[in-house]
Design a binder for this molecule. Structure first.
Ligand SMILES: [Zn+2]
Length: 416
């Protein structure tokens, strides 16, 4: 989309090295467009300001001093430019930031301060959009000077800092068919679920960075835009979920979110920056790391997660295969989920000769554990989560053949 808001043009250019720039407007506008009529009426003229102005508040804190406070946190007094609103660090830190701004936006709505709420929402839009920008995908390499050593630039791009060219463009984002989802009935629940949606945005953006750089080197402008839009569309969908949820919470018109949430696809804390570092690889039953949705025979061949139940064998889509001596830690929101359930067991064929101890802990304290043989049926484990903020799943080989320790956590789920 051509820039509709010319007064902001100079600011966009000044800040284009640090953010999506113009696409912030296009992404926010696409998200606002799919909100239901009652929410657009509630926002009234703030809806336009949200996409024309407020979504850039975190970039403009030094020039737009009147709005800067809507991108600041009580826990960081005096810090005007909060880097975490632009670049993800680690889950516990950015979860707190998402929760904080959502709480502020919801509270402002409940106090009838729609203008303040829209400004806090603008800050949240910016954070989601930046995390999902193709230029914000490599931790510690925001200008891609490292990435360019792996992917040497064309002669024409030799002296270009790649951040701006990778993310900036002049495109329209449309998600007209998308229906935003209410992510929870409290701020604690909704902000935690939003964080997991944002992980999808980050991983999706990572898949676009290298194709965009290659297209830039090849001067293939249409391919640049195609890949940028792949990132922008998912960004817009998650921004729409965030705005829709905040407005539902603020108006106290929440739909009852599901009582149960499946966590088999959620990223644990061990996958720092959403990938498993070398320290998290294991050597039994094979050299690898935990996998969601599949189990790897010999570390190479993906097979469905399967367990032997009393009623016969069953395959599971929601689940994780893990390795011996390793723990998976899931960050939980406070006062939301009371109970955790999972089916623990060994794969009936791959793990037939194995023997594994499955341990579930909360904040480092064991809650329950069970030792199972490969020939045993899977065990349904239920445990209460008394004020637990970190849920841990650990595996230990207790047999003579650790190479047969093909252990599965099937249907891991949290219950309200
Ligand atoms: Zn930014």
């Amino acid at each position: 989309m051509r820039l509709l808001v010319l007064p902001f043009l100079s600011l966009l250019i000044a800040h284009s090295a640090y953010a999506w720039g113009a696409p912030h407007h296009a992404i926010t506008r696409a998200a606002v467009e799919v909100l239901p009529a009652w929410q657009k009426e509630l926002l009234a003229e703030e809806a336009i300001r949200l996409s024309d102005n407020y979504c850039l508040i975190p970039d403009n804190v030094f020039t737009d001093k009147g709005n800067a406070k809507f991108a600041q946190m009580d826990s960081a007094p005096g810090e005007v430019y909060l880097k975490i609103l632009h670049l993800p660090t680690q889950q516990p830190e950015y979860f707190e930031v998402i929760r904080y701004f959502m709480e502020r936006a919801v509270r402002s709505l409940r106090e009838g301060k729609v203008g303040d709420a829209a400004r806090y929402m603008g800050t949240m839009c910016h954070q989601i959009e930046d995390y999902g920008s193709p230029s914000h995908t490599v931790p510690g390499d925001n200008m891609f000077t490292l990435l360019q050593q792996f992917l040497p630039p064309s002669a024409a791009m030799q002296d270009q800092l790649m951040h701006g060219p990778v993310e900036n463009g002049d495109f329209v984002v449309g998600i007209a068919e998308y229906r935003p989802v209410c992510l929870g009935s409290t701020v604690n629940e909704a902000s935690w679920r939003l964080m997991h949606r944002i992980h999808e945005v980050i991983l999706n953006a990572r898949s676009t960075t290298i194709p965009i750089m290659q297209a830039l080197y090849a001067e293939d402008e249409s391919s640049v835009v195609t890949h940028q839009l792949r990132a922008a569309v998912v960004d817009a969908q998650v921004v729409a979920d965030a705005l829709y949820t905040i407005l539902c919470l603020g108006a106290e018109r929440t739909e009852e979110a599901e009582r149960m949430v499946k966590i088999g696809k959620f990223v644990p804390l061990e996958a720092a920056s959403l990938y498993y570092p070398q320290s998290e690889f294991f050597s039994a039953p094979h050299w690898g790391h935990p996998r969601s949705g599949v189990i790897l025979a010999d570390g190479k061949t993906a097979m469905p997660l399967k367990l032997r139940l009393e009623s016969g064998e069953q395959e599971f889509e929601n689940g994780i295969s893990g390795g011996m001596g390793k723990t998976l830690t899931f960050l939980l929101p406070r006062d939301v989920y009371r109970r955790f359930t999972v089916r623990a067991g060994l794969h009936p064929e791959l793990g037939a000769k194995g023997r594994v101890e499955f341990t579930i802990s909360g904040d480092g304290k064991p809650l329950t554990s069970v030792i199972l043989n490969g020939s045993d049926p899977a065990r349904l484990i239920e445990c209460e989560l008394p004020n637990v903020s970190r849920l841990q799943l650990s595996l230990t080989s207790r047999g003579i053949d650790a190479k047969s320790a093909y252990a599965i956590w099937a249907d891991p789920a949290l219950w309200k």
